[in-house]
Design a binder for this molecule. Structure first.
Ligand SMILES: [Zn+2]
Ligand SMILES: [Zn+2]
Length: 560
């Protein structure tokens, strides 16, 4: 970058492209390009709808980045939620430069990548609040914001065309548990100096008022702690470190030992402890295998499974299939998370299972046991008032949220120019103002089996499975009350090579499935989510063992 260019900003049009997360929840990603240099903000995933069988993750179609091939100088991460970092492994091959983020964010990223056998530690560069990095003609300044996970940033991107602020996910928690408040001073200062564009989180624009502080759940939980005679089992997101801290502090106060149960929660809590973001007195913590050695009233379990995920710790516990943790009369199960739309049925199933074990089930609404991490309408107005942008672009939300956020912005300032963009829109900022300059084809990529597969190849591997070994769809009609098969399962195949060996195998599938079903307790047989996982695992094992083939297995469970 030559010095002379800074005197002629018009020569460097600024282009900003939402790649994902604008018009939908999840898979947040945005490209910022000034002249020949570009950077990416976040690389997130979206969790698939339950109706997408066999799909574990959804990420943006990255081919839109082709145009900037070789010019993406950095990936800048706002915070460590999966909808912001879950696709880092997929995006990294397209980035010619470092990955910047807070220490906690980067620790989550590298532990995730390690699971996939990818070591990128030499590409990770830690950033602290108010740090500034230079990327081509741009300078990126990291600003502390509060959210539901520690160490979150908003970004102030100083470009030749002016300053752009990207809030990341945020709320304005004025009494943060770790004392690390949103950097309102710097936001106001930047606003006073002139900001050309604000990109702001719209997730909770529908909520009136303020989201509230992470501290606000303390009272609700205090009541639960003092009234629970048995074991206390609380489920929250694996990344809800603040929630864990509130629970651990109460456990200390009420003399309960703490067991963290479930791989995701164990992983994030260990990282948080290592970085000093979570404090558990050492005498307080026990392993899940120790739970049974303590009287029920002396135990708190913090576990995964708040979304009713069939393989998560709470689901196993609720159907009495967990090796160490059992539920019984007098125990209390608390759902300390919101239900992500689409998961309501699965969550209700887990609640029913837990209730059958004799446990009392408490969800948000009955007691104040959850607080959102996203700004409500008043906080969004405050952000707009502090930053006073010339142009405003709502992000992180479905179209109706973006539209509402746009209306709010016009109420805050009649003069602000609002652009409601969608994924793939190229927003151009130059001497003529700001507008959607052109549209790129945006799309989604579905990914199967990231938990077991090598990253980068999943899609290829799926295609290979499909091309080489085909697709097998077992169709089971199950009585919704008894879980008994109503008829012999059908097996539909596509592209599955039928020779003498596999023909015999296919003939055996209905019997094998019926046999497996018989072994399952009724509770599992009447839970379609659990059944799907069981059937998938069983058939994958059967095909691999007897034919050496690995077809894609997509079970269909019909409740009749
Ligand atoms: Zn977030
Ligand atoms: Zn998010």
């Amino acid at each position: 970058m030559s010095q002379a260019d800074t005197t002629a900003p018009a020569a460097l049009p600024l282009e900003i492209v939402p790649i994902g997360g604008v018009g939908e929840f999840g898979m947040n990603m945005m490209l910022v390009a000034a002249g020949d240099d570009a950077l990416l903000i976040d690389a997130g995933v979206m969790f698939p709808e339950p109706e997408l069988p066999g799909v574990d993750l959804v990420i943006p179609d990255l081919s839109v980045l082709d145009e900037w091939r070789g010019r993406i100088r950095a990936l800048v991460l706002t915070h460590g939620h999966e909808d912001h970092i879950g696709a880092v492994a997929h995006v990294l091959p397209r980035v010619d430069g470092p990955v910047y983020g807070s220490p906690f964010t980067l620790a989550l990223v590298s532990s995730r990548l390690e699971e996939h056998g990818i070591d990128v530690r030499d590409r990770l560069v830690e950033a602290r609040p108010r740090d500034t990095i230079t990327i081509g003609p741009m300078r990126v300044e990291f600003l502390r914001v509060t959210h539901s996970i520690p160490d979150c940033f908003a970004l102030a991107i100083h470009t030749p065309a002016g300053i752009v602020i990207h809030t990341g996910d945020f709320k304005i928690d004025q009494t943060p548990l770790d004392g690390e408040a949103t950097d309102l001073h710097r936001l106001a200062e930047l606003g006073a100096g002139g900001v050309i564009a604000l990109f702001s989180d719209s997730s909770n624009v529908d909520r009136l008022g303020f989201a509230g502080s992470e501290r606000d759940v303390t009272e609700g939980f205090e009541e639960i702690f003092s009234s629970t005679a048995g074991k206390l089992v609380v489920t929250c997101f694996a990344t809800s470190i603040y929630r864990m801290q509130v629970l651990i502090d109460l456990a200390a106060q009420f003399d309960r030992r703490v067991a963290i149960v479930g791989r995701g929660a164990v992983r994030t809590s260990e990282i948080a402890m290592r970085l000093g973001r979570l404090r558990i007195p050492s005498h307080l913590q026990i392993r899940d295998s120790d739970v049974r050695d303590f009287p029920a009233q002396d135990v708190l379990c913090i576990c995964t499974g708040s979304q009713g995920e069939p393989m998560a710790a709470l689901s196993r516990i609720a159907i009495d299939d967990h090796r160490h943790v059992k539920l019984t009369d007098g125990d209390v199960v608390v759902f300390s998370a919101r239900a992500i739309p689409g998961n309501e049925k699965g969550i209700a199933r887990v609640m029913n299972h837990a209730a059958r074990r004799g446990a009392a089930v408490i969800a948000d609404g009955e007691k104040h046991v959850h607080v959102s991490g996203h700004a409500g309408a008043e906080e969004l107005k405050l952000m707009l008032a502090l930053v006073r942008p010339k142009h405003f672009v709502p992000i992180h939300g479905e179209y109706r949220q973006l539209a509402r956020h746009a209306r709010i912005a016009r109420h805050v300032s009649a003069s602000v120019d609002v652009l409601v963009a969608e994924d793939g829109d190229v927003l151009r900022f130059d001497e003529d103002g700001a507008r959607v300059h052109r549209k790129l084809a945006s799309g989604r990529t579905f990914i199967d089996g990231t938990r077991t597969g090598e990253v980068g190849d999943e899609v290829l591997r799926d295609r290979r499975h499909l091309a080489g070994d085909g697709l097998v769809v077992p169709v089971l009609a199950v009585n919704s009350q008894t879980g008994v098969l109503e008829q012999t399962p059908d097996v539909i195949t596509r592209g599955f090579v039928v020779d003498a060996k596999t023909e015999a195998l296919l003939k055996d599938v209905p019997t094998a499935l019926a046999g497996m079903l018989e072994q399952l307790p009724r509770e599992e047989r009447t839970d379609p989510g659990l059944m799907k996982e069981r059937v998938r695992a069983e058939l994958q094992r059967l095909f691999r063992k007897r034919s050496g083939r690995r077809p894609l297995v997509l079970p269909v469970i019909m409740e009749v």
